[in-house]
Ligand binder design. Structure first.
Ligand SMILES: Nc1ncnc2c1ncn2[C@@H]1O[C@H](COP(=O)(O)OP(=O)(O)O)[C@@H](O)[C@H]1O
Ligand SMILES: [Mg+2]
Length: 262
C-alpha cells in the first residue's frame, strides 16, 4: 500500500493551477427529475490561493466541489488536479488521488466518534499506510490550536473544535487542494470566524490551496477571490473581496436571476 501512495505534493516555485474544470457539466437524474446542476463551468484554482464559491441554494456549488474533488463524476467536460485529468483515472487511481492529493472539509464535520482527535486527524494517513510527518503534523495541530485536546473524542469537543479537527485532517497529507463545503454552516459566528482564520492561515503560512463553498459574505471576505454561480453557470468573479462588496454583488446577481426566470 505504501509503495502505491503518490509522492508528497510539492508546489512549484511559480504558482500554477492546483485544480481546474473545463466545460464541466453535470446532469442529475433523468426524465421528469432531470436537473442540470452544472452547465459548462470552466474555472481554475491557482496554487496558494483561497477561493470562495458563492451562489443561491441549489445553484450547483456542492456539485462543482464534488466533481472537482473526484467525489462525483461529470456528465461531460473535464476536471484536472495538478496536471492529472481525473477522467483518465481508473477507480483505484482516483481513490489514490483523492487520498493523497485532496483534502475535504464537510459542513457536518464527519469525524469518527470512537476515535480521538489525533486518530481522526491521522486517519487518512493510516488508511494509506503512511506515517505522519511529525513536524508537519505538529505544525498543523498547533496552527488549529488543538495541541491540548488530541486525546479528546469528538463528543468531548465543541462544534468549532470538531471542525478544527476536520481542517487538520484535511491538511495532514499536504494535499494539492483542500475543498470545504460550507465549513462554517453548523457553527456560531465566533467559532466560524476561527475556522475561517485557520483556513486562511493554511493558505498564507503553509502555502495551501483552499476552495470553499459558502453563502455567507463575511466568510467570503476571508478569501482572496470569489466566484459566483447561478443556475449552474459561472456568472461573476471578484478579487480581494470584502463582505460589503460581496453582499452588493449578491443582491445584483439575484436580481438578474429573478429577471431571467421572470
Ligand atoms: N444526487 C442528486 N440527485 C438529484 N439531484 C441533485 C442531486 N444533487 C444535487 N441535485 C440537484 O442539483 C442542483 C444543484 O445542487 P447542489 O450542487 O447541491 O447546489 P448547492 O450546493 O448550490 O445548494 C439542485 O437542483 C439539486 O436539487
Ligand atoms: Mg450545497
Amino acid at each position: 500500500m505504501t509503495a502505491d501512495a503518490l509522492a508528497p505534493y510539492v508546489p512549484r516555485p511559480t504558482p500554477g493551477i492546483a485544480a481546474a474544470t473545463t466545460d464541466l457539466s453535470k446532469v442529475h437524474g433523468r426524465g421528469d427529475t432531470r436537473v442540470v446542476a452544472l452547465d459548462r463551468v470552466s474555472v481554475a484554482f491557482r496554487e496558494g490561493e483561497f477561493t470562495a464559491i458563492m451562489g443561491p441554494s441549489g445553484c450547483g456549488k456542492s456539485t462543482l466541489l464534488h466533481c472537482a474533488a473526484g467525489l462525483d463524476t461529470p456528465t461531460s467536460g473535464s476536471v484536472r488536479v495538478g496536471t492529472t485529468e481525473l477522467g483518465t483515472l481508473d477507480d483505484r487511481r482516483l481513490t489514490q488521488l483523492r487520498r493523497d492529493r485532496i483534502g475535504f472539509v464537510f459542513q457536518a464535520f464527519n469525524l469518527l466518534p470512537t476515535l480521538t482527535a489525533l486518530e481522526n486527524i491521522t486517519l487518512p494517513l493510516s488508511i494509506a499506510g503512511r506515517r505522519p510527518d511529525r513536524q508537519w503534523l505538529d505544525r498543523v495541530v498547533s496552527m488549529v490550536g488543538l495541541s491540548q485536546r488530541l486525546d479528546h473524542r469528538p463528543a468531548q469537543l465543541s462544534g468549532g473544535q470538531q471542525q478544527r479537527v476536520a481542517v487538520a485532517r484535511a491538511l495532514v497529507s499536504r494535499p494539492a487542494v483542500v475543498f470545504a463545503d460550507e465549513p462554517t454552516g453548523n457553527l456560531d459566528s465566533r467559532a466560524g470566524a476561527e475556522v475561517l482564520g485557520f483556513l486562511r492561515d493554511s493558505v498564507r503560512d503553509l502555502g495551501q490551496t483552499v476552495v470553499m463553498v459558502t453563502h455567507d459574505p463575511v466568510a467570503a471576505g476571508f478569501a482572496d477571490r470569489v466566484v459566483f454561480l447561478a443556475d449552474g453557470r459561472l456568472v461573476d468573479e471578484m478579487t480581494r473581496p470584502t463582505p460589503d462588496r460581496v453582499m452588493d454583488l449578491m443582491l445584483r446577481t439575484s436580481g438578474d436571476g429573478a429577471a431571467r426566470t421572470g
